[in-house]
Design a protein around this ligand. Structure first.
Ligand SMILES: [Zn+2]
Length: 122
């Protein structure tokens, strides 16, 4: 099961809020190379109102990348078809944070769109 540091999640939530009404997107990584996500990585991205896209050609070849997080300007944190296509290229766990970008609006999915449980740790 994946875990995420509360401070990391709060930082991402704030970034998502600041990017609104555009979508925010970042990669999630683990500095200890385990299943504890404790860092997010911003890459040159295209932030749009209905989608955001990471420049995957600029993605570091780095085994610490565990997955991704992106925001939904609307209130539903469910992956779209485009999300599922993007998930396949970005690791094992994918978070979506929906408006109003509070921690209880975060849901986690695997690359096929199946919901995962995510534990928030101190
Ligand atoms: Zn999405």
């Amino acid at each position: 099961m994946f875990e995420i540091k509360k401070a990391t999640l709060e930082a991402v939530a704030l970034a998502a809020k600041n990017t609104y009404p555009n979508e925010f997107i970042a990669l999630l990584s683990s500095t200890k190379n385990d299943e504890v996500i404790d860092e997010f990585v911003l890459l040159p991205s295209v932030y749009g109102k209905t989608f955001s896209r990471i420049r995957l050609d600029l993605m570091p070849y780095d085994s610490s990348v565990r997955g991704s997080i992106h925001s939904h300007p609307g209130s539903y944190a469910s992956p779209s078809k485009a999300d599922l296509r993007a998930f396949k290229a970005m690791g094992e766990i994918h978070l979506i944070i929906a408006n109003p970008f509070t921690l209880d609006k975060v849901r986690a999915f695997d690359k096929t769109g199946k919901e995962l449980s995510l534990k928030v740790i101190e």
